[in-house]
Design a protein around this ligand. Structure first.
Ligand code: NAP
Length: 292
């Protein structure tokens, strides 16, 4: 069994990105500027946005955090999105989800200029992904593709079972794995909460991507010997023995599943750090796509 180490892989990518920034400086080109918009004080969102901003600083990107109270109106947030769309100094921006209930997330996603949509959530970018056209790939699936590449894992002709069909992870990952490219060319089965005989289906998988958010859901009796397992799940579990009062758990019963796998991602330290560097790679790509 080999660990798919997202921590060390993302570290290597960060070094590559730092070098790209240095080269841009030498060439007199603009430094990438990523803006993160955070609404409210959700603990998870604060952590995610904080590490995105910190990563920008580490690799030499310019970064700005815009933190708004959760009383902000939908109109005010849409006006802010419009301002960022028109700000020449901003190369890419994200609006951290989830948003408070009185704000329509779809409206906000649609309002973001696809050329600055480094999260890759806008329908234009999702369409470009399906058609193999240039654009931004959603960060979490893109991070997993990068892991396949860096560890040179064969995906062609393999049966890939994706568990979970969210618009940001499961659904786009299923499309990417089925595309005629590397990583890709897999035969894909997309499963969800209505899937019957899930265990029988997953047992046939050469590659399992689990993105449901249920700790320990994927057990050893569901996994074929030699399978590749990527665990997207991130769930906080109360744990008084930890300083923060909680620990992070993935969807996979790691201890019992890992010995059966050829490759497996740990949680934490697997898919999570790759998501953040994918966002950075998209921001650098924004410069190229926008001719800067
Ligand atoms: P989500 O919107 O929370 O949806 C969960 C998906 O899991 C749904 O499609 C649901 O099916 C499916 N599901 C739930 N129970 C199931 C079951 N018993 N059997 C089969 N499918 C089941 O999904 P998400 O936003 O992708 O989040 C999933 C997890 O990934 C969460 O823990 C989240 O925190 C984590 N996450 C991690 C990263 C990262 O960077 N590592 C990024 C994003 C999300 P239905 O559609 O039928 O309801």
């Amino acid at each position: 069994m080999q660990l798919l180490d997202g921590k060390s892989t993302s570290k290597a990518i960060k070094e590559e990105l730092s070098q790209a920034v240095e080269q841009r400086k030498k060439d007199g080109k603009k430094i990438p500027h990523l803006v993160a918009v955070l609404v409210g004080n959700d603990g998870g969102s604060l952590t995610y946005v904080g590490s995105k901003v910190k990563t920008c600083q580490k690799i030499g990107f310019e970064s700005t955090l815009i933190h708004k109270e959760d009383t902000i109106s939908e109109k005010e947030l849409l006006d802010l999105v419009n301002e960022l769309n028109n700000d020449e100094n901003v190369d890419g921006f994200i609006v951290q989800l989830p948003l408070p209930k009185h704000i329509d997330e779809k409206k906000v996603t649609l309002a973001i200029d696809p050329k600055k949509d480094v999260d890759g959530f806008h329908p234009m970018n999702l369409g470009n992904m399906v058609l193999d056209l240039p654009g931004f790939l959603p960060a979490t699936p893109a991070g997993m593709l990068e892991l396949f590449k860096r560890y040179e894992i064969e995906t062609s002709g393999k049966h890939c079972v994706v568990i979970g069909r969210s618009h940001i992870v499961g659904a786009p990952m299923s499309i990417m794995m089925g595309r005629n490219s590397y990583p890709g060319n897999s035969t894909v089965t997309l499963t969800h909460s209505r899937t019957k005989n899930l265990k029988e289906i997953v047992l046939q998988a050469d590659i399992i991507i689990s993105a449901i958010g249920k700790p320990g859901f994927l057990t050893a009796d569901m996994v074929k010997e030699g399978a590749v397992v990527m665990d997207v799940g991130i769930t906080r579990i109360e744990d008084e023995t930890k300083k923060k009062g909680y620990r992070i758990s993935g969807d996979v019963d790691f201890e019992n599943v890992a010995p059966k796998c050829s490759y497996i991602t740990p949680v934490p330290g697997g898919v999570g750090p790759m998501t953040i560097v994918s966002l950075m790679m998209n921001t650098l790509k924004a410069m190229e796509l926008n001719g800067k």
